[in-house]
Design a protein around this ligand. Sequence first.
Ligand code: NDP
Ligand code: OXD
Length: 316
Amino acid sequence: MAILISANAGWDRQLWVDKIAELDPARDVIADDASPRLGEVRYALVWKAPQVLLGRLPKLDVIFNLGAGVDAILADTTIPPHIPIVRIVDDNLTHRMSEWIALQVLIHHRQTLVYQERQRAGIWEDQPGQPAAAHVTVGIMGLGELGRDAARVLAALGFRLVGWSRTRREVPGVTTFAGDSGLDAFLAETDILVCLLPLTPETTGILDRRLFSKLKRGGPLGGPFLVNAGRGLEQKEADILAALADGTLRGASLDVFEEEPLPASSPLWRHPRVIVTPHNAADSEPDSLTRYILAQIAAHEAGKPLQNVVDRKRGY
Ligand code: NDP
Ligand code: OXD
């Protein structure tokens, strides 16, 4: 029974093959989507595998996603519904995300883009009215593994925190809201909006002009900011640009895009109040994730339940 590793072109499969060979040398690993031995595959470790590949594996027992977001797998309707999909929940990935979120929040909070422009122009000038973190509210959309850890780190920096999720969550230090009925009240409190939502039919296109117009006005930063590391299809980039132009948003940090890689023609690349990173807020690290997956396989083979299985109906 073999393990298949399948990933899109941007991934080096060999890193994962080598890591499994190092940690569990007895495992038979296939790293070729066209292998004549696909019929032997019991476990598939995937990141954006080609559509219909997973639906063609007759002995497939478990799919392990090599990342936290499972939208790419769920888009493949050929995968039989009884096959469990396990997602990554890993401190290494989670802490990387919290680093990125804290960095972006601090950049906007401390008006770093304004100072960078002044530096380039040789202007020594203080921007008056810098608030303390305690006077700035960060609103986190998505209070899952990543949202809760980002809240922990931002709370340690002194920010006021509100959070929004599908079902009501208790998170220490965070005033929480839930569902459609809680969204407007959540937005009305938010100076810096952080999106860590999974991509589902409900969250597709959620970050639009209408939503931006409901963020707090008259806050201490002179207008609201957007930080998105969830998924690109949650944001409407034309709306972000329009909101930046008319002051509905003061700035944005984006790690994910409607189309990835972000096309060279996108005005986001050169916008003076936008930070663009190439979907690397929280990379999947082979050593840490391979240990997590091999431990799950060993437990599964010993008859124990799999952890962090995706709820396909919910979509995450
Ligand atoms: P989780 O599944 O742990 O948490 C998801 C959170 O989103 C939950 O709080 C959930 O609510 C909430 N949510 C889902 N749907 C809705 C909705 N319709 N309305 C309101 N809240 C909703 O996910 P993670 O925290 O592990 O990851 C979140 C996402 O981050 C991933 O799906 C992926 O898209 C993205 N990601 C991006 C990376 C990057 O490098 N840019 C890296 C890793 C992940 P509830 O608590 O009620 O279930
Ligand atoms: C993930 C990602 O979901 O990298 O892990 O986006």
